[in-house]
Write a protein that binds this ligand. Structure first.
Ligand code: ATP
Length: 236
């Protein structure tokens, strides 16, 4: 099935409270592909990621990840298909220590003990297992959340604003990680305002406005041609 989308939505409509956050979104993501979803605050980027992660039930249209309908899939099955690193990973870190966080991730993913810890040692060298997750820096929390997500080896990885608060070195490490993930066949979707990040790692850029996709094209084309991109590019 070479080239078959890892995940796709078709005519996807999602309400958040009174707001129609997504209005007929068609998007597909393929293995090994990095897609940057861009657009103003409130455009619907987080809602699109959340829809792939099973957080929102569509009001219309459809969404699938592999053969699964995310919001109707049990969490233990879903972690094998899709992992979301949210905008503030702190909200997803409950345990008192990194080690306990890792043990929970292993249990959730039903993988051998030590699987998550090995990923943490790789992504966060030098962070002791007894460290309190809330004492980590923003970049360290991002790496921990990514390790937790990767524990189940999901084919689809979603990152919401992954470079927010990261310094240059942490950003470079993230870029290297994302390239390695894509090289390993994972599909990566990142919601971001960071034009540099998109230009460095994304194969494709999807631009959203008011719940719709207004551009979806190879990164190089979007960077030069889209008016939505122009003011951001001017800053780089
Ligand atoms: P940002 O860059 O600020 O994260 P975004 O592009 O990710 O923005 P979303 O967070 O998906 O946009 O929001 C889409 C719309 O849904 C916005 O109008 C937002 O105000 C609304 N919205 C988001 N969360 C909720 C909620 N919990 N309840 C009601 N409306 C919400």
């Amino acid at each position: 099935e070479a080239g078959r989308a890892v995940a796709e939505s078709s005519g996807l409509c999602v309400r958040r409270g009174r707001i129609q956050a997504l209005r007929g979104v068609d998007v597909a993501v393929r293995p090994g592909e990095v897609v940057a979803v861009m657009g103003r605050n409130g455009a619907g980027k987080s809602t699109l990621l959340g829809s792939f992660a099973g957080l929102h039930a569509p009001g219309g249209g459809s969404v699938r990840v592999g053969d699964a309908v995310p919001h109707r899939t049990r969490p233990q099955q879903l972690v094998r298909r899709v992992g979301l690193v949210p905008q503030e990973p702190r909200d997803l870190l409950y345990a008192d220590t990194v080690a306990a966080e890792c043990a929970a991730a292993d249990a959730d993913a039903q993988v051998p003990p030590g699987t998550c810890r090995a990923l943490v040692d790789d992504l966060l060298p030098g962070v002791a297992g007894r460290a309190h997750p809330r004492d980590l820096s923003e970049g360290q929390r991002l790496s921990l959340a990514l390790a937790i997500v990767l524990t189940a080896r999901p084919p689809l990885i979603l990152l919401d604003e992954p470079t927010r608060g990261l310094d240059y070195a942490a950003k470079s490490r993230l870029v290297a990680q994302l390239r390695a993930l894509a090289g390993g066949g994972h599909a990566v979707v990142l919601a971001t305002h960071d034009v540099e990040l998109a230009a460095e790692v994304a194969h494709r850029v999807v631009i959203m406005a008011e719940g719709e996709i207004v551009a979806d094209a190879p990164t190089a084309e979007v960077v030069v041609s889209s008016p939505a991109f122009a003011p951001q590019v001017a800053k780089v």
